[in-house]
Design a protein around this ligand. Structure first.
Ligand code: PHE
Length: 518
């Protein structure tokens, strides 16, 4: 730590009638330690000061070298004098170094210090005055130089440089005293008991001081934005779906969603398959995924009357719908393979969870709103905006008599809650929804339309297989969590947000986030 100049500064001031200059009073102290003493004394009005900025001349490292050891030409002269019978020109670099020889020889000639005689250098004078060195010594001592021509020349030769020096003109303040009395920062029980609090100088409370940084854990930006979305869903009456199944069967991830077994999305290039075990059990009640919240929302009296969830019937229906068609659908008409359905995948979307939950709902249908926000996996080429894993925000609404217009209307309310007020819908295709719509939103900050989600009304093939009543319709939509997070935090490369390249400092210090909710 730099030495504390608080009391030395008060001493210097009391010894002088006139204001003092910090560079004269404390020439060997860095201006930063003068400044911290001034801040301390200034805040108590013990001193007043003015900041002076002065241009000074300093030596470059080459200038320092010459100030110590002499100029190039002086070195050449010394080498020539030392030779007994003249100095061969070709020997000079070996004696004084290449640079000295090159620059110094010319200058020594110009000054008439040496002469050439049959390829040999000889002294042309008895003694020399090394002016360059003298000038540099003057600069070193005074940080200034009177002769402008010499100054320009030394600057051109890069032996000196201009620099700024900060000095303070310091005078006594209204509360000047000879000694800086440390102010107490704590009022103790003892001070109160013995009455010394009345006379003890107390440090005024600094309301502008920043608190000490706490050593605590930090939420990842994705978690913060996720929480914002959860709040939007909760405030709109949604129940959260259990998303703990990263590994799903092809059944829940694809077949239940009417994705044919030959669909390109099921290819190895798009989906990660689990090698061991190769096969899972047919669909069944998953106690770990049991959406207890779904039950909790039902009155106890009704819960006792709950009809059981029939997985075998569902499995058979899905099989039939794919292979021959059912419920008014002509199906895909291909031989449906049960083993393909039982292969394990890393879920490619959270719609697998929606299928599980909707099927459960179908046993005891009621209007319901569900959402989930969790990780999904896709075998994608990784680039600045794509990773092989990301997070999906998904919503599902089941009710009687829903229409497409209602879905569009709902989207307008939903996205307005995160500050997106202009929406456009584009017809799209999902095997499990009809009609399907891509959702575009006008991003005020970015000044352009960005794709923000995918949506649709689940197909009757899918819903009726589950046992959802014919007149009940279900909306579904999904969006990525990464996209709004990247926009919110101004991150343009997703690898700065997720994965091994993430700067932990960014995670630790990033501010809380708010979606501009209505
Ligand atoms: N599963 C879709 C996706 O991954 C999102 C979606 C969910 C679309 C529900 C329609 C209905 O993009």
């Amino acid at each position: 730590m730099a030495s504390d100049l608080t009391n030395p500064l008060l001493d210097a001031l009391s010894a002088s009638e006139a204001p003092i200059l910090s560079n004269e009073a404390f020439p060997s102290h860095p201006s930063s330690s003068v400044k911290s003493a001034l801040d301390r004394l200034g805040s108590r009005q013990m001193v007043e000061y003015e900041t002076l900025e002065k241009e000074v001349i300093v030596l470059t490292s080459e200038g320092e070298e010459i100030a110590t050891n002499g100029s190039h030409e002086a070195k050449v002269f010394a080498a020539v004098v030392a030779a007994i019978d003249g100095l061969k020109i070709s020997d000079l670099p070996g004696l004084v170094g290449k640079d000295n020889a090159k620059v110094g020889q010319g200058n020594a000639f110009k000054r008439g210090w040496i002469k050439k005689d049959n390829d040999k250098l000889r002294a042309a004078t008895e003694s020399i005055v090394d002016e360059t060195r003298e000038h540099l010594l003057t600069v070193q001592k005074t940080r200034a130089l009177g002769d402008a021509k010499v100054l320009a020349d030394l600057k051109r030769r890069k032996l000196i440089a201009l620099s700024k020096e900060i000095a303070y003109k310091i005078s006594k303040g209204p509360k000047f005293a000879r000694e800086f009395v440390k102010e107490e920062t704590d009022l103790t029980p003892e001070m109160i008991a013995d009455g010394s609090w009345k006379t003890t100088p107390l440090k005024p409370y600094n309301f502008n001081a920043k608190g000490a940084p706490t050593t605590a854990g930090a939420l990842h930006p994705l978690n913060k934005v996720r929480q914002e979305f959860r709040n939007i869903f909760f405030e709109m009456g949604f129940e959260e779906m259990p998303t703990n199944r990263y590994v799903e069967t092809g059944f829940w991830n694809f077949d239940a969603l009417f994705v044919p077994q030959q669909h390109p999305a099921r290819d190895l290039q798009d989906t990660f398959y689990i090698a061991d075990p190769l096969k899972a059990d047919p669909p069944h009640e998953d106690p770990l995924s049991d959406p207890h919240r779904l039950k909790a929302t039902q009155p106890a009296s009704q819960a006792t009357k709950d009809k059981p969830v029939d997985y075998q019937k569902y499995w058979d229906n899905v099989h039939e719908v794919h292979e021959h068609g059912k419920f008014g659908s002509i199906g895909y008409r291909y031989p449906w393979n049960a083993d393909e359905s039982l292969r394990l995948v890393l879920r490619t979307h959270t719609t697998s969870i929606s299928a599980y939950v909707l099927h459960k709902l179908a046993a005891n249908p009621r209007p319901a709103r569900f959402f989930s926000i969790d990780r999904v996996f896709r075998n994608e080429a990784v680039d600045a905006t794509h990773l092989a894993e990301f997070h999906q925000i998904e919503g599902v609404i089941a009710d009687f008599g829903l229409t497409l217009g209602g879905l569009i209307g709902f989207m307008e309310v939903f996205f307005a809650k995160m500050g997106i007020h202009q929406l456009r819908f584009k017809p799209a295709y999902n095997p499990y929804t009809e009609p399907s719509m891509e959702i575009f939103g006008y991003h005020e900050g970015l000044g352009k339309w960005v794709e923000i989600g995918n949506s649709g009304m689940f197909r009757p093939e899918m819903l009726e297989s589950m046992g959802i009543p014919k007149n009940m319709r279900v909306y579904g939509w999904g969006l990525s969590l990464e996209r709004p997070t990247m926009i919110k935090y101004g991150v343009s490369n997703i690898r700065e947000l997720l994965g091994h390249k993430v700067d932990l400092n960014f995670i630790e210090t990033n501010p809380a986030v708010r979606l501009e909710k209505e």
